[in-house]
Design a protein around this ligand. Structure first.
Ligand code: GAR
Length: 223
């Protein structure tokens, strides 16, 4: 890491904040060259806010219903975030769709963790939909955020085989564990300036990624 300044990170959450916790713990342990400057949520009293409080990270809750329209909400959100001079914005379970104005303001600086093997299963309820479709594999993706919902250039994916008769809860838990691995890896790359978005290309170690880096989860426990 040497001379590379710490990357100012803003994390946006809507719920449990276990991905946020992973980042907090890794930063504390010196595993990522970051400074989590603030956590923003769109909902009050969520567990993720308590995690930030425990780590002495400033928190802000901006609820959409307090604004007359999405544009005004996002303008306010962007202006609060700007005040922290962020180098990276992490959507870690943030369940609001962010519009073109917000995304272009932070062009190339926003990443999202999504619980599916994108481009498959964008949107909500991915675990249930994957099970209902009888898929053999499932996973999670970290990608740069563009205006297209869950459609931005992919950086890294985690993939596991689905067990026979696996429940939605168990699958969700196993995917969550993989999310922590790939989110941490993507943030570590960004913080060490090894990863960037150039146009619509993902550049890792000066080379264009033709496809996302794939981490295969363990073929643990036979069904
Ligand atoms: C994670 O599974 C994340 O992939 C998902 O929300 C969960 C948040 O968990 N994000 C989305 O579905 C975004 N479309 P966490 O609050 O414990 O980190």
């Amino acid at each position: 890491m040497n001379n590379i300044p710490r990357l100012n990170v803003i994390v946006l959450i809507s719920g449990e904040g276990t991905n946020l916790q992973t980042l907090i713990d890794a930063e504390k342990a010196g595993k990522i060259n970051t400074r989590i400057k603030a956590v923003f949520s769109d909902r009050p009293k969520i567990p993720g806010i308590k995690r930030a409080n425990r780590a002495n990270i400033p928190t802000h809750c901006l609820t959409r219903s307090n604004f007359p329209n999405r544009a005004k909400y996002e303008l306010e959100l962007a202006s609060h975030i700007d005040s922290y001079e962020p180098g990276l914005i992490v959507l870690a379970g943030f369940m609001k769709v962010l519009g073109a104005g917000f995304v272009s303001h932070f062009q190339g600086q926003i990443i999202n963790i999504h619980p599916s093997l994108l481009p498959r299963y964008r949107g909500l309820d991915t675990h249930r939909r994957v099970l209902e479709a009888g898929e053999e594999k499932h996973g999670a993706t970290v990608h740069f955020v563009t205006e297209e919902l869950d459609g931005g250039p992919r950086i890294i994916q985690y993939r596991i085989p689905i067990k026979a008769k696996e429940s939605e809860a168990e699958l969700a838990q196993r995917i969550h564990e993989g999310e922590y691995i790939i989110l941490l890896q993507a943030v570590a790359w960004l913080a060490s300036q090894r990863l960037a978005l150039e146009g619509s290309d993902v550049i890792l170690d000066n080379q264009k990624l033709e496809s996302p880096i794939l981490i295969e989860g363990k073929h643990e426990r036979s069904p």
